[in-house]
Design a protein. Structure first.
Length: 108
């Protein structure tokens, strides 16, 4: 499978890059390597089912963030902060508020 990057470049899908990003986001968090491997596998299965030969890198990032938000909110925020390249604190705070609002809505 080819990944279409933001600049339009096409590169081979590399599971090790996905795992490395997840490990970095989950550093010092109670997330096992087995869970990280499972997230990567789940995303790969979803991509294979939805896309034939090419997938946008943004889609991969969105799927990974969704999975992380279900597992560990801090890891999610870490991943999102790198993946979304927040321009300033306001963008970062907006993401955190959205996360908190979702948490409140799901606990009601």
């Amino acid at each position: 499978m080819l990944v279409v990057k933001r600049d339009g470049q096409r590169v081979d899908y590399d599971r090790s890059k996905v795992i490395a990003g997840l490990i970095a986001a989950c550093q010092k968090r109670p997330v096992s390597i087995e869970t990280i491997e499972n997230i990567a596998s789940e995303v790969e299965h979803e991509l294979a089912a939805d896309f034939a030969t090419e997938v946008d890198s943004m889609k991969i990032g969105e799927l990974l963030m969704t999975k992380l938000s279900e597992i560990d909110k801090v890891a999610y925020v870490r991943f999102a902060s790198v993946y979304r390249s927040f321009k300033d604190v306001d963008e970062f705070m907006k993401e955190l508020r959205g996360l908190l609002d979702n948490e409140k809505g799901s606990s009601d």
